[in-house]
Design a protein around this ligand. Structure first.
Ligand SMILES: NC(=O)c1ccc[n+]([C@@H]2O[C@H](COP(=O)([O-])OP(=O)(O)OC[C@H]3O[C@@H](n4cnc5c(N)ncnc54)[C@H](O)[C@@H]3O)[C@@H](O)[C@H]2O)c1
Length: 276
């Protein structure tokens, strides 16, 4: 794949899964990479793969919840490469538990990483992306930013918020004539470590849930997901549904309106009784 030759691309959460695959695919497409993660071992593995491709790469430990660090990081990327063209706000965490048994601190932690991390990345890089004359912000929401399921209120809240924030931002960039494109990404089930890395409310069978997720709910590889995302970025799509499950379930939600809730509740409680 080509089309990103010479572009400076920033990827958060690049030490694993979709972020790692995005960074590698961008490097193959000619981009120069600024990658970050809190997992420095995973990040080092991604850095090695990018170096093996022969693409320039700057790798840094960055926690996306740390706003000041993110702003300093944005400055350091521009100082290093001279400009910046794209940011993929990808870092994210999962949490499983019904509202009734979810402590406030867990709701807040998911919002901090999955929503505020995206806001921090967007705002830290926005002035630089405008100045580049050719910017693109790619914010990773989820299929769970399109519909809700029981046991996912924290994650659903954060991912719906990412969608609302990003769709408003895209319209603002157009209305204000800024040279920054904006894309919201809604992956379906992607074969990554996200469920293994997740936390859960007391009483949730996380091991059983991880096995169900890995075996039954994930059908798309991170590499395929990255290719679909980058194809959408090339075409400046406002929204990308990643994987066949995402496309089918989005269609069901559109056809049934709020009626999807009764349908999905029944399916989820039968398919994954250990999810809440
Ligand atoms: N895998 C799926 O099925 C799926 C579906 C929909 C959306 N997503 C979203 O895709 C994105 C990537 O997830 P993934 O599936 O590749 O998961 P993953 O767990 O494999 O990778 C996520 C990466 O984010 C990093 N990270 C976590 N908290 C961080 C923080 N505070 N600061 C910086 N980095 C942090 C982790 O260390 C990890 O390397 C997430 O936003 C996730 O919500 C995934």
């Amino acid at each position: 794949m080509e089309g990103f030759a010479g572009k400076i691309a920033v990827v958060t959460g690049a030490g694993s899964g979709i972020g790692q695959a995005l960074a590698v695919e961008l490097a193959r497409s000619g981009a120069k990479l600024a990658i970050s993660d809190v997992d420095t071992d995973g990040l080092a593995a991604t850095e090695q793969r990018i170096k093996a491709i022969g693409a320039p790469v700057k790798a840094d430990r960055l926690d996306v919840t740390e706003r000041e660090a993110f702003e300093l990081y944005a400055d350091s990327v521009v100082a290093h490469f001279g400009t910046v063209n794209q940011i993929y706000n990808n870092a994210g965490i999962a949490y499983v538990g019904d509202v009734e048994v979810t402590p406030y601190k867990d709701l807040e932690r998911v919002m901090d990483v999955d929503f505020w991390g995206v806001v921090n990345g967007t705002k830290a890089f926005l002035p630089h992306l405008i100045a580049s004359g050719d910017g693109h912000i790619v914010n990773v929401s989820s299929l769970f930013g399109i519909f809700s399921v029981p046991g996912q209120a924290a994650y659903n809240s954060a991912k719906f918020a990412v969608r609302g924030f990003t769709e408003a931002l895209r319209q603002e960039m157009i209305a204000n004539g800024h040279p920054v494109k904006v894309t919201t990404v809604h992956p379906g089930g992607i074969k990554t470590a996200i469920m293994r890395n997740s936390t859960a409310a007391e009483g949730v069978d996380k091991e059983g849930l991880t096995q169900t997720f890995d075996k039954k709910l994930t059908i798309t590889t991170p590499e395929k997901a990255a290719r679909e995302i980058l194809a959408a970025v090339r075409k400046n799509k406002p929204r990308v549904l990643v994987g066949p499950d995402a496309k089918v379930l989005d269609a069901i939600v559109r056809l049934t309106g709020a009626g999807y809730q009764r349908l999905f509740n029944t399916v989820v409680t039968r398919l994954i009784p250990n999810a809440h």
